[in-house]
Write a protein that binds this ligand. Structure first.
Ligand SMILES: [Zn+2]
Length: 257
């Protein structure tokens, strides 16, 4: 592509603007984008996040919620997931960026978060706004509490499901586990798929959504173990990318905590 551009400019005397636009269209192919998109491995700027989503779209990926992936999977598909551990307010910034870049995503919300109450009015309005932006809202399921206050893990999970369904006004469709290593792990989540098969179609840690079936990248603890997800464009056809909006900022982390 570089040779082609150079030849053109020599022969036709293209203006710099025309050359730049030619280079722009060259970058629209998957391989070009994979080799040209640059981002620091531990970048947490929202500008970099938005540019990464745009680059995936340019490279031909569908970037969607779990629900849209299950309904209409593409050959190149990135499932975009956000676990909302403590602030629904911070989730909204990311929700708008996703929508502005033509992406949908799945927001998993907790029942027992100390930073937000799913049934307070601001939360109900935000759930409605997330849906209006085209996003999916599901349950971020957690364990451990009933080890202390009594009741079985299944009792606790059923309680969380009931309260979530009251808040969103519909049946639960999927869930992700909060701190799975500390809450009974993936086996318990898998058992709930059978228990809840009346309406639940998936949980986020199912093998079909994880490596090696699908490249799984996460910003857990504010650190990309395998580099920023923008470094994976064109390298894997199928990805699940998990972000926690608390780690992402416009200028400084102090915006969030
Ligand atoms: Zn979590």
């Amino acid at each position: 592509m570089t040779l082609n551009t150079a030849t053109k400019s020599t022969l036709s005397g293209d203006t710099p603007a025309a050359i730049a636009s030619d280079q722009g269209s060259a970058a629209a192919t998957s391989s070009e984008t994979a080799s040209t998109f640059q981002i620091e491995p531990q970048d947490y700027s929202l500008d970099g996040y938005a540019a990464t989503l745009a680059a995936y779209k340019t490279a031909g990926y569908s970037v969607t919620s779990f629900a849209e992936y299950l309904e209409n999977p593409a050959a190149q598909h990135l499932i975009l997931r956000h676990d909302i551990d403590n602030s629904l307010e911070q989730a909204m910034r990311v929700a708008h960026i996703d929508a502005e870049n033509g992406c949908s995503s799945t927001f998993f919300l907790r029942i027992h978060a100390r930073g937000y109450n799913l049934l307070e009015l601001p939360s109900l309005l935000r759930i409605r706004e997330l849906t209006q932006l085209g996003h999916e809202v599901q349950l971020h399921l957690e364990g451990g509490i009933h080890d202390w206050i009594g009741g079985s893990p299944l009792d606790s999970a059923n309680q969380q499901r009931r309260i979530f369904e009251e808040a969103v006004g519909r049946k639960l469709g999927g869930f992700s586990s909060h701190e799975p290593a500390r809450m009974g792990g993936i086996d318990f989540a898998n058992s709930l798929l059978t228990e809840w098969s009346d309406s639940v179609r998936y949980h986020a840690y199912e093998a079909r959504f994880m490596s090696p079936n699908m490249k799984y990248l996460s910003d857990s603890s504010g650190r990309w173990r395998e580099g920023h997800f923008g470094l994976w464009i064109g390298k894997e056809p199928l990805l699940q990318v998990l972000t926690h909006p608390i780690w992402w900022y416009e200028r400084v982390p102090a915006e969030n905590y």
